[in-house]
Design a protein around this ligand. Structure first.
Ligand SMILES: [Zn+2]
Length: 174
């Protein structure tokens, strides 16, 4: 699937304001094992904000691979930084995430929830998976109980996983 080239293109990631080492380690592990996870566990339902429609793991992994606003170089270490949340009103919004290497929180502006919706649709087009944002204003974020993600990461042989309770605490605050 080709990379989505949004118009206007994204600004570089800037340093975000919510440091969360445990959540960042989980995101880093998901990123490193994304090919196995996409093949073996695409339909695992992500822990998300209670207001979000159920979202399969594959949809988020496809955003990391295909959506220009959902990826980019970490401003601190130039590693890959990927999206874990977004929100917006009609004409302004923000995309947030973490560096998969150093754990730096990252964020960038996006010109409204409609642009988020378009990016999510195009990044998952032609697949059985989608992230659905049904409201304006709207948003989506990882939240809640991360146990299923820790479990599938263990199944694909991930090492150095963060403590489940620490990730859960981070996801309560996110
Ligand atoms: Zn980094």
């Amino acid at each position: 699937m080709p990379l989505v080239h949004s118009s206007p293109p994204p600004e570089p990631w800037r340093v975000g304001d919510r440091r969360s080492p445990a959540l960042a380690r989980l995101v880093g592990a998901l990123y490193r094992h994304r090919e196995d996870l996409l093949r073996i566990y695409p339909n695992v339902v992500l822990p998300t904000d209670p207001g979000n429609a159920p979202t399969p793991l594959a949809a988020l992994l496809l955003l990391w691979a295909n959506w220009d606003y959902g990826m980019g170089l970490c401003p601190a270490c130039r590693g890959a930084a990927v999206v874990t949340s977004f929100s917006g009103v009609l004409s302004a919004g923000s995309v947030g995430g973490f560096c998969t290497e150093c754990g730096m929180p990252v964020a960038r502006f996006i010109g409204g929830i409609g642009r988020v919706r378009t990016g999510c649709r195009e990044a998952t087009a032609g697949t059985p998976w989608a992230i659905r944002i049904t409201t304006t204003p709207g948003g989506w974020r990882l939240a809640g109980d991360p146990q299923i993600l820790i479990a599938v990461l263990q199944e694909v042989g991930a090492s150095g996983l963060p403590d489940t309770a620490a990730v859960a605490a981070a996801l309560r605050r996110s």
